[in-house]
Design a protein around this ligand. Structure first.
Ligand code: ATP
Ligand code: MG
Length: 140
């Protein structure tokens, strides 16, 4: 199995409920290492840029509003097949469809306030990691 990196974001609904530690535990229990992490407040421009692929979607403005409604924790997770492994730990976008034991099943409030983001491909992971972190901030 290939060691990969993926970008994770603990979203404002989760930081508001003090769930950072519980969510990080899920990653570490499944063998992913948190090799970089910081808490920050996204500006509107940063949230729009990060979610630019969804610009034409009906939920885009609400999504940007939600992602700027409170602090987020951005982090780089490293491990075997980290991109797919994290998507599995997160569960489906809509918590109503998420499998038992996933973060979104257990913590998400709605399809929008769904507690976590995870990169959906190795290429997007590279771009998303570079969006938030410089090389010196990654500590494998
Ligand atoms: P993420 O990219 O955050 O990891 P995802 O890849 O599972 O989630 P995407 O389709 O990329 O889902 O959507 C990005 C985010 O936009 C979702 O996580 C959710 O917060 C929000 N979103 C997606 N679909 C809807 C919707 N139908 N209504 C409201 N918000 C939505
Ligand atoms: Mg996505």
């Amino acid at each position: 199995m290939a060691v990969e990196r993926t970008l994770s974001i603990i979203k404002p609904d989760a930081t508001r409920r003090n769930l950072t530690g519980k969510i990080n535990q899920r990653f570490e229990d499944k063998g992913l290492r948190i090799i970089a992490q910081k808490r920050l407040a996204l500006s509107r421009a940063q949230a729009e840029q990060f979610y630019a692929v969804h610009r034409e979607r009906g939920f885009f403005n609400d999504l940007v509003k939600f992602m700027t409604s409170g602090p987020v924790v951005v982090q780089v997770l490293e491990g075997d097949n980290a991109v797919a492994a994290n998507r599995e730990i997160m569960g489906a976008t809509n918590p109503a469809n998420a499998a038992p034991g996933t973060i979104r099943k257990d913590f998400a409030e709605s399809i929008e306030a769904n507690s976590v983001h995870g990169s959906d491909s190795a290429d997007n992971a590279r771009a998303e990691i570079a969006f938030f972190f410089s090389g010196i901030e990654l500590c494998p």
